[in-house]
Design a protein around this ligand. Structure first.
Ligand code: MN
Length: 734
């Protein structure tokens, strides 16, 4: 078991001003937390955090990372709390430990290969600090080294995950040694027989191969010495997994791969690389098309090198890599080589390097103006434009930043988006506007009644959701336009006193529709509904000119026909005329009880015929706003009927008042159909009488006669008969 002293010593070497006491305290705390816990191998658990911390020390990370490495399993696996870690080690250590703990959520999810890239991005996105990933990689590497104690099924699963997720992450961060070891260990557990085969064959030819490579190394060294170039030349063995994947990728045999021997030249300065290349190409014949200049064009993980292949002695192909010491360090240690400047020590002058590095690393898109700002930004948010969330089945979905459950629903299935009414985010109900965050687990709630609305466009960020919602709204609007267009045409035809059913047929209209550029009647109706096709112009094409000549006279009739149900049998003489129409259903409004002689207005109701109001009826004023439905009507002198009207007679309270009023009314030739009397506290009586009169003149004569009756104080016409009757009905109920 690694002793903590070794870790401390390593740290002291790399970082003389490191807080060694913190690391000691972290060690003691981890030892206490994990006391009594055993790993599956039977070892004490503490071995694991110690190994992880030791790797971090080898990566030359500082006291914060190493302490966090020692503590990385305490929150998840022991009774240690966030508070304790924060109190004892501060915010920065807590952030790292917490970050590593959060990543275990991703680990526990099932992963398919197509998900791997998303999961890698999610890990990067969820790690608010790159050191979290470095600790995670060390953690995984130690777990892979000790995978033997697990059951084979579990071994394969973890190895596959390592190959899909963690080895590429290590590669992305440029940490060559971790990538290589993770790949080889995964290979061993996923394809055990192939692994053994390659191991065996490499061992069998190793001696002969080594001799051959040594020959080349010597020849190259000789030339370089002659030119006075200082460089380290050595044979390079391909690791097992890269042999295996080359065999699979190019479908070639072991011998073909293994024939490709490798030599690496490491120079003291960057500028020497091209000189060395020239000398080697002078010494051996280069194989065309094999030269790659990763110095001028570094890989995205900042890897730099010159790659070439030459024909060596006996005609065997040899791969040669040429790089400087600096480039070599970067290819082996990757981001860790840069990161050490973050924790204490000499910062100045190193920013630019790190910035170039990180920019490439994260496939940064946007231009960064202030390098310092940028570094802070990187620490907080590696993918400012994306968030990664889980489905309930733990599948990872990448979404744009600011995405909502609607985006998520559409990302899964159009139908789910269509009926989405809300979501459970991490088990809690959230609205459709809720902004999703990295690592959220999202479960969409649906209802069959739900439909997309225009409002949704305000909350969505994905183009898929936007397109689908727009399409739906467009479809609904088309449907509405179609109905509107069709109704408008029917109405206009009715206005011209033409039968819509006769006109609106495929045979009659389609030629006109096509002439106007519409392929079908429906699309023509939509054009009419949207106002793209002008209805009057279109009418003139399809309707004989004669119909228009009658239009002015007939238009009212058309409107009325549209709204009014004709009275079914022979029309009763109603006393009202509307131009030359006598076949419509007419009713007198009960709110104002018009009698012939009153100024009146006709109001076309839907399905209840023409309702006649007095011109001063407050009700008719309200309804009259819709001028199209308000028509001028005149009394028909030839056809007077009987009209109910209510009057209010105020009297002194004396006996026989009602009798005298009744006599007066009937003397004037009017019938009483209803009367009610009330007496108030001031000894006044008020009588509401409903009478039948022929016309306004008749009513006025009745009222004038009543005024002359002894004891009558005032007589007035009641404009709100229905209201009065209703309040009486209410009183009787009480
Ligand atoms: Mn661990």
């Amino acid at each position: 078991m690694i002793r903590p002293e070794f870790i401390i010593e390593e740290l002291r070497k790399n970082m003389p001003d490191a807080d060694l006491d913190m690391v000691w305290r972290a060690y003691a705390f981890a030892a206490r937390c994990h006391r009594g816990q055993k790993r599956l191998s039977g070892e004490g658990y503490l071995v694991h955090p110690l190994e992880v911390a030791s790797m971090l020390a080898k990566m030359k990370l500082g006291h914060v990372s190493i302490s966090a490495g020692l503590l990385h399993d305490t929150i998840e696996d022991t009774f240690a709390t966030h508070e304790e870690i924060k109190q004892m080690f501060g915010d920065e250590v807590l952030l790292l430990v917490d970050g590593v703990t959060k990543l275990s959520l991703i680990e526990s999810s099932t992963q398919e290969e197509r998900q791997a890239e998303n999961v890698r991005k999610m890990i990067l996105a969820m790690s608010e600090d790159i050191r979290v990933i470095l600790i995670k990689l060390a953690d995984r590497l130690h777990n892979m080294r000790t995978l033997d104690s697990l059951r084979p099924v579990k071994q394969k699963k973890i190895a596959q995950e390592t190959l899909d997720i963690y080895a590429p992450l290590a590669n992305r961060l440029g940490i060559g040694w971790i990538k290589t070891e993770l790949e080889n260990l995964s290979f061993k557990y996923i394809w055990p027989s192939e692994y053994r085969e390659i191991q065996k064959r490499v061992a069998a030819v190793e001696d002969e191969r080594e001799k051959y490579v040594e020959k080349i190394v010597n020849e190259v060294n000789e030339v370089l010495e002659k030119e006075g170039i200082k460089a380290d030349v050595r044979g390079r063995s391909k690791h097992y997994f890269s042999i295996f994947s080359k065999m699979r990728r190019q479908d070639i045999s072991f011998d073909e791969v293994f024939d490709l021997m490798g030599v690496r030249v490491i120079t003291d300065s960057d500028s020497a690389c091209y000189m060395v290349l020239g000398l080697i190409h002078n010494l051996y014949k280069p194989i065309p098309g094999k030269l790659k200049d990763y110095i001028a064009l570094p890989k995205e993980n900042m890897y730099q090198s010159l790659h070439t292949a030459i024909v060596g002695p006996e005609g065997r192909a040899v791969e040669i890599q040429i790089r400087s010491r600096r480039m070599h360090l970067i290819s082996e240690e990757g981001i860790a080589a840069h990161w050490r400047y973050k924790e204490g020590g000499s910062r100045e002058g190193k920013y630019d390097d790190q910035i170039v590095w990180l920019r490439r690393l994260m496939e940064w898109q946007q231009e960064i103006k202030n390098p310092h700002e940028f570094l802070e930004y990187v620490k907080i948010d590696l993918f400012p434009e994306e968030v990664y969330v889980f489905t309930p089945q733990q599948e990872v979905k990448p979404l744009p930043r600011g995405a909502t459950p609607i985006d998520f629903a559409y990302a899964i299935h159009t139908d789910l988006g269509f009926h989405c009414i809300g979501a459970k985010v991490n088990g809690k109900i959230a609205s459709l506007r809720h902004e999703l965050k990295n690592g959220d687990i999202v479960d969409i709630l649906t209802s069959q009644q739900q439909k997309p609305s225009r409002d949704w466009l305000k909350y969505v960020k994905t183009s898929k959701a936007r397109t689908k919602i727009r399409a739906f709204i467009g479809q609904a609007e088309k449907q509405r336009a179609l109905t509107l267009g069709k109704e408008a045409l029917e109405k206009e035809l009715a206005r011209l006193d033409l039968d819509p059913a006769e006109y609106i047929t495929e045979t009659k209209l389609l030629p006109y529709a096509q002439a106007a550029g519409y392929m079908s009647l429906d699309s023509m109706f939509i054009g009419l509904g949207l106002g793209k096709l002008k209805i009057q112009q279109f009418l003139r094409k399809i309707v004989p000119k004669a119909a228009f000549d009658k239009k002015n006279k007939m238009s009212l009739r058309g409107v009325i026909k549209k709204f009014i149900v004709r009275s079914p049998k022979s029309p009763k003489p109603s006393g009202v005329r509307i131009q030359d129409m006598d076949d419509i259903l007419i009713k007198f409004a009960h709110c104002c009880d018009p009698v012939p002689g009153d100024a009146i207005k006709g109001f076309i109701s839907r399905g209840r015929g023409l309702i006649v109001h007095t011109a001063d009826c407050p009700n008719s004023k309200n309804l009259g706003l819709d001028s199209e439905r308000c028509v001028d009507v005149k009394w028909d002198i030839k056809a007077e009927g009987k009209h109910l009207v209510m009057i209010l007679v105020e009297t002194e309270d004396r006996p026989g008042m009602l009798a005298q009023i009744s006599v007066c009314i009937s003397d004037n030739g009017a019938n009483i159909t209803d009367a009610m009397i009330r007496t108030d506290s001031h000894k006044r009586g008020s009588v509401h009488v409903t009478i039948e009169v022929r016309n306004l003149k008749h009513l006025q004569s009745v009222m004038n006669s009543l005024m002359r009756v002894k004891g009558v104080i005032s007589v007035e016409r009641v404009r709100d008969r229905q209201g009065v009757l209703a309040s009486r009905a209410n009183r009787m109920k009480q």
